[in-house]
Design a protein around this ligand. Structure first.
Ligand code: DGL
Length: 288
């Protein structure tokens, strides 16, 4: 039997790619990053103790995300991917513009929204795109704003699905009870336009509901998860930024950290990652 990943140790200075999500969802992105770029070292951090982020205020998501980014920098990561739409929508710009120049000018933080919005025009024929996301991501308006920049002709219809992340984090997504809430939000999305032919899963947890969601879409519709898109975008980014690429350590080493119970993380994470994992606890000071 294979050892759970996260248990290997490699020698030398590690300069891993940091990957952050509020909980488990970012593992769906990490899996694709590792598949496309297996040579690098990675550290995954899930803020499970404070998940979900979806209904939290801008200020709270920003503070939590900044704390996670600083911790990943302290672990030696010169590059951090926010594999969380809510954090990308609510915290990324402020961190890039206000915090990075002050705390770590030669480090980089990237999100998942821009890579997704860049390619969405390749999929839709009707020019009507649905965006399924947390309430926080929807209220931020990030998707309509970013899609408009690349594809002004596309109409975007957003639907918040605030109960999906709690269902997924509690391992209820495969059960019949989840069908009700999938139908509920999909009906609300379809009521906005009958012509939507492309639906973005704009929350990194949602790929776990992909089959149930697909049942509510007309044949020929496209349902887009972000993992592969973000991985392709990172491949491209590293080609364009050799000054960052050459800093990254290459041991193929993966480490996992959670702000909650490592036992719970290890039991649950394999559903998202597709392999057994071993995680360690990191103790964050909880903000009031
Ligand atoms: N997986 C995250 C996202 O992509 C966050 C979900 C949450 O914490 O509510 O938005």
């Amino acid at each position: 039997m294979q050892n759970p990943i996260g248990t290997e140790q490699t020698a030398g200075a590690r300069q891993p790619i940091g990957v952050f999500d509020s909980g488990y969802g970012g593992l769906t992105v990490l899996k694709e990053l590792v598949a496309h770029l297996p040579q690098y070292d990675y550290i995954y951090l899930g803020d499970n103790a404070r998940a979900p982020y979806g209904n939290r205020s801008f200020e709270t998501v920003y503070q939590y995300t900044l704390q996670a980014v600083e911790w990943l920098f302290d672990q030696g990561c010169p590059l951090v991917i926010l594999a969380c739409n809510t954090a990308s929508a609510k915290a990324l710009r402020t961190i890039q513009q206000n915090d990075l120049p002050r705390i770590a000018p030669d480090h980089r933080v990237l999100g998942v929204i821009r890579p997704t919005t860049e390619v969405v025009g390749n999929f839709t024929k009707t020019g009507k795109v649905g965006v399924l996301a947390t309430r926080g991501t929807v209220l931020s308006g990030s998707y309509p704003i970013e899609i408009e920049k690349f594809y002004p002709e596309i109409a975007v219809f957003q639907q918040a699905a605030p109960l999906w992340v709690p269902l997924i984090e509690n391992n209820e997504h495969d059960k019949a009870g989840a069908d009700y809430f999938v139908k509920e939000y999909m009906d609300q999305l379809k009521q906005q336009s009958q012509e939507i032919d492309t639906v973005l899963l704009a929350c990194t947890h949602y790929p776990l509901l992909k089959d149930k969601i697909a049942r509510h879409l007309p044949a020929g519709s496209v349902l887009i998860s972000q993992g592969e898109i973000v991985a392709n975008s990172l491949v491209d980014y590293l080609k364009r930024h050799p000054e960052m690429e050459t800093r990254l350590s290459r041991g193929g080493d993966l480490r996992f950290y959670t702000t909650d119970s490592p036992e719970d993380f290890d039991n649950h994470a394999s559903i998202f990652y597709g392999r057994d994992l071993h995680s360690e606890h990191v103790n964050f000071q909880i903000f009031p």
